[in-house]
Design a protein around this ligand. Structure first.
Ligand SMILES: [Zn+2]
Ligand SMILES: [Zn+2]
Ligand SMILES: [Zn+2]
Ligand SMILES: [Zn+2]
Length: 332
């Protein structure tokens, strides 16, 4: 819900050329390949290309994990870097204390997230305010690679602290959250556990088999924010179809329709989907790469990387308050 990860990625750390070059070079190459296909026109194509670039820069850095550590400017420190990074461990959450680094009056460090919840230093119980900045430690932090937050889940990457948050936002090892739109379900777990979770906890979601189906949303005139969700199974994969009605801009209700793959971003690149509203001698079509559920519905809607239409268009195609959307999924 915070910053769109895609937009952040390509522009990370302008001041850190040595670090950002290997990953962005890899990403650019892969991203250009995908975007070069040029299947998607206009704004849709732009969003799809942006998403591909975001994904592939991760893949790029993932394929060469040592490069980020090797290319560290302080080669003399590289051998001792794990001992040094240990000095940055927060005594409360064991995550790293990263710039801006603040210390208590006796010099103990605590990370900025924990600091906001604490009334005194967890080490010496001394006062945390007024905060004292530790520029020397910040300088040391800038010469060290820090392991990704999800290293215990298998992520091999170590990154400059300025690149860490953006990477962790898109890290393939980040746990998956429940893909159902709306924030009611707090479940999270591995990718393999997503389908069992949906079948167990969201039994009301219907599944249709086949590459070409009709997603029939009923009662589209219901007031307020509404979601329609169903599953489509084909090509040995499961896709989640979401139609969401919401007021992104005040007083202006819009519909957003999107297809998400129950899978990784990399797997999603193997597919394309088409949504089509058809009827009354009119047709509205949207084609794109499915989003991974790792990105979620909210990111697709925020970036308008989906079929977007307003209520009057919905009425042009609706029949008795029911809207049929033809969904076609193909492999590419
Ligand atoms: Zn902490
Ligand atoms: Zn202290
Ligand atoms: Zn990671
Ligand atoms: Zn759930």
């Amino acid at each position: 819900m915070t910053v769109p990860p895609v937009r952040q990625l390509s522009g990370t750390g302008p001041q850190l050329d040595a670090m950002s070059r290997p990953s962005s070079a890899g990403g650019g190459g892969l991203g250009a390949g995908k975007a070069g296909g040029g299947k998607h026109g206009g704004a849709g194509g732009a969003s799809v290309a942006a998403a591909a670039a975001g994904v592939s820069s991760v893949a790029g850095s993932g394929s060469a994990p040592p490069s980020s550590t090797v290319s560290m400017p302080a080669t003399g420190l590289a051998g001792q870097s794990s001992e040094l990074t240990a000095l940055f461990e927060c005594p409360v959450c064991f995550d790293y204390v990263l710039p801006p680094i603040l210390q208590c009056q006796a010099g103990h460090l605590v990370c900025n997230q924990c600091r906001q919840k604490l009334s005194c230093c967890p080490t010496c119980r001394g006062p945390l305010t007024p905060s004292i900045r530790n520029l020397a430690m910040e300088k040391v932090a800038s010469t060290l690679p820090f392991p990704c937050k999800y290293s215990s889940a298998g992520c091999p990457l170590s990154l400059h602290h300025s690149e860490k948050p953006d990477h962790e936002e898109v890290c393939e090892f980040r746990p998956y959250t429940c893909p159902c739109p709306g924030a009611t379900c707090k479940w999270h777990g591995s990718l393999e556990a997503v389908m069992p979770h949906l079948m167990h906890a969201h039994k009301s979601i219907t599944t249709l088999q086949g590459e070409d189906i009709v997603f029939l949303a009923t009662d589209i005139n219901l007031p307020g924010a509404v979601d329609w969700v169903m599953m489509q199974s084909c090509f040995s994969h499961h896709f989640m179809l979401v139609l969401e009605k919401q007021e992104k801009y005040e007083g202006h209700q819009q519909f957003f329709a999107v297809v998400l793959l129950i899978g990784t971003r990399k797997q999603a690149e193997n597919f394309a989907y088409r949504l089509e509203l058809n009827g009354n001698r009119r047709r509205l079509t949207w084609e794109a790469t499915p989003r991974s559920i790792h990105d979620g519905v909210a990111a697709a809607i925020m970036n308008s990387d989906c079929l977007v239409f307003d209520t009057s268009i919905a009425h042009l195609f609706a029949d008795n308050g029911n809207l049929g959307i033809n969904v076609t999924i193909s492999m590419c």
